[in-house]
Design a protein around this ligand. Structure first.
Ligand code: ADP
Ligand code: MG
Length: 346
């Protein structure tokens, strides 16, 4: 074995990085949808075959990518979203590491087709997991971008072995779409699996339509058996809104829990704890509350740059956030709590 130092080839470097970003088809869909949303897309069409292992095609009507930027978009650490360190402090795009497309293209066959806003011609690049040399060719496409990914992990068989059954992989993928659909009511989503329409969600611009979307994503029973939350803390600038399931709608699993911080779905111990505590005296042991909640706060008070998949956040003032969530939910549940004397018994 040689002990000389060598630079990794771009492909190998990307494949190693891909291990962090691209675990399964669902992670590809997440990254691609986030890119489309960051590009201002209002309509997203997601087509997958074999739970996304064979094909993931995402078409958006966003701003598109400049011809000269198409190949660059596939390179590592290439991003249009932050320019300097200070931008990280207040980042409000979903992506910013410039890693996703490079990672995905290193472990699949990728075609990127795009027409930039104001341009009269669309362009296309294709890669085959080779050393990232992308050929540029003219193409037909309306304004926006289509990313087509085929044969995930075709060149990394060890990785492919870790994929679960088609059923399980599709569940994960659908979950990603649900989360994003709950984070952007103004965006239309269509999800097709093996040519069958699974979700068709129109833009929702009223409370009624928003609840209709929640019903089709979380099931009609949730919205029928939930309470509306909308609490503003003027002093701290915190706002909590959304829906929480009635104690009687508790679940045996923590499978209907969506929490968004500034529009980004997160999992966080402090949040989970605050919600649990608010339900503590109304839920049986081993039962889990259901909720779709949105916390909005000054972006400077929350750090999202903790992990590449960005499910984690770090609150600057976690005590304040915890207490605010606890108090807000506790109060809403209090209105229906059986021992609440302020509400006359029916
Ligand atoms: P990041 O999202 O972290 O910037 P990506 O590798 O996901 O990194 O994407 C690289 C760049 O490609 C983005 O910064 C953006 O400029 C461009 N891009 C990717 N997808 C799209 C899209 N659907 N529409 C417009 N631009 C896109
Ligand atoms: Mg991205």
């Amino acid at each position: 074995m040689s002990s000389r130092i060598q630079l990794l080839s771009p492909r190998l470097a990307n494949q190693i990085a891909a291990g962090e970003v691209v675990e399964r088809p669902a992670s590809v869909v997440k990254e691609l949808l986030e890119n489309s949303i960051d590009a201002g897309a209002m309509r997203l069409e997601i087509d997958v075959e074999q739970a996304g292992i064979k094909l993931i095609r995402i078409r958006d009507d966003g701003a598109g990518i400049e011809k000269d930027d198409l190949s660059l978009a596939l390179s590592r650490h290439a991003t249009s979203k932050i320019y300097e360190l200070e931008d990280l402090e207040a980042v409000n795009s979903l992506g910013f590491r410039g890693e996703a497309l490079a990672s995905i293209s290193s472990v699949s066959r990728l075609t990127l087709t795009s027409r930039r806003e104001g341009s009269d011609q669309a362009w296309q690049v294709q890669t085959q997991g080779r050393d990232m040399v992308a050929e540029l060719a003219p193409a037909a496409h309306p304004q926006g971008t289509t990313v087509e990914m085929r044969d995930l992990f075709f060149n990394t068989p060890a990785r492919r072995k870790f994929l679960k059954t088609e059923n399980t992989e599709f569940k994960h993928l659908e979950e990603v779409v649900k989360r994003l659909a709950l984070s952007r009511f103004d965006v239309a989503f269509t999800l097709k699996h093996n040519s069958r329409v699974i979700h068709q969600l129109r833009p929702a611009d009223s409370q009624v339509e928003a609840e209709r979307r929640v019903a089709s994503v979380c099931g009609p029973a949730f919205i029928e058996q939930s309470l509306r939350v909308d609490v503003n803390a003027e002093a701290s600038g915190l706002r909590l809104s959304g829906w929480i399931g009635l104690p009687t709608f508790s679940r045996s699993q923590a499978d209907l829990q969506y929490f968004f911080v500034n529009g980004r779905m997160i999992r966080d111990k402090i949040v989970t704890h605050a919600v649990r505590q608010a339900y503590a005296d109304v839920l049986y042991h081993g039962r889990h509350p259901a909720y779709v909640l949105y916390l909005d706060l000054d972006p400077a008070l929350v750090d999202v740059n903790v992990h590449p998949t960005k499910h984690e956040v770090r609150f600057r003032e976690s005590r304040l956030v915890h207490d605010f969530i606890f108090r807000s939910i506790h109060r809403v549940i209090g209105d229906v709590r059986p021992d609440n004397t302020s509400v006359p018994a029916a």
